[in-house]
Design a protein around this ligand. Sequence first.
Ligand code: TRP
Length: 452
Amino acid sequence: MLGPMSAPQREHWSRGLGFTLAAVGSAVGLGNMWRFSYMTAEHGGAAFVLLYVLMTLLLGLPVMLAELTVGRGAGKSPILALGHYGGRKWRPLGGLFVLTGFAILSYYSVIAGWTLRYTVSGVLGGFPEPSNAEALFGQIASGWDAVAWHLGFMVICTFVVARGVRAGIERASLLLMPVLGLMLLGLAVFAAVLPGSGAGYGYYFTGDLRGALDFDVVTDAAAQAFFSLSLGMGAILTYASYLSRQSDLPLEGARIALSDFGVALLAGLVVFPLIFALGLQHDVGESTLGALFITLPTAFNKLGAAGAIIGVIFMLALSVAALTSAISLLEVVTASLVDVWNWRRAPAAWLCGGAIALVGVPSALNLEVLDAMDSVGGQFLLVLGGALLAVFVGWVMKNPAAEAAGMHPRPALGAWVWLLRIVVPVILAVLAFYPGGLASQSFGKLWKLFTG
Ligand code: TRP
């Protein structure tokens, strides 16, 4: 019998694949397709890609395993999970995670709204003439239109989370992830056979590697690794809290990271060849947040009837990827309300989804707000959260290596603990707080926003 104080049985994934696909679904999102390509273009191609791989291996993988370990071990969402191992004084770090998730989803959903809007208008009327592309983006990206599509996206996302881990998140991931993979593969093949696409590969895989020595490029690469792997705010932690004891965490972590990297590469193999084949590379040179949403629709328009189909598939793939990622962000916030305050899932999801939707409205009205939110939430707070979690697992948890291993002991886990103790926090602290680092970049953007 359940007394008023005893929580109902915690939900679990129905099978191992459910967790893997949901976690990959979280990792693979706008970060891989929109953010990765725009960052690569902004930082001159290969140098950025190289640094990004390094950061993923050196910082991303250890923190990924840290999240998996805490989540599975505690079987709770972040606030209680950190309290479980560290006592009450560590709960605020869980609170920071929830706040970060809140901030990220509020603007993430705005961009996801753009992709939905491009999908629908692609179906209805194709893609804009080159001369109109920029004006159309301006219209779509901010204003009351953007607000409406942002709200629509939040409704879909909240609907899935309200249905729960198995019936909502797992089912959506099992259906959507294979569809996404197929769409991307098809697009990459299409881009490869376009005449003139070769230069795109050249741009992507070669370039001046000295760019990698620039501090800016290093900070962006590290932040991109965290964002793309969904690390630094407890999303992977929360998904791992629905895992059973038998799972092999290092293997799961490696699988998630590899799939995420694979999709980022694949997205680049769609975007760059396409842009070069159509001679649009100059637009990408000064790439910013909106560039892809201007350049790619132009490319789709130039390709005629085939372009309309390809464009719709591309935008649909983006929307799908965004949805499974947004679900994981909302799940962190929702699960906290469920675990900490014993709310029922459905009302918790709708309350959190509603609040996040409201907070996102300014980002939908003003691109500078969106950019500042991305800087603060999507870069600085993630790196900060990752550093603190590394310290927590490395120094506060009693025997992290044994907890990570579970039933699958591995000798390398001793080295992992030392990475978390020293290497990861030191590097992340430098990237965050060194002059010109992520803290000053993001607060600089906030400051500019408020002072005009
Ligand atoms: N990883 C997703 C992407 O690349 C975004 C995302 C989902 C995320 N959940 C997260 C980012 C948690 C940071 C933290 O689009």
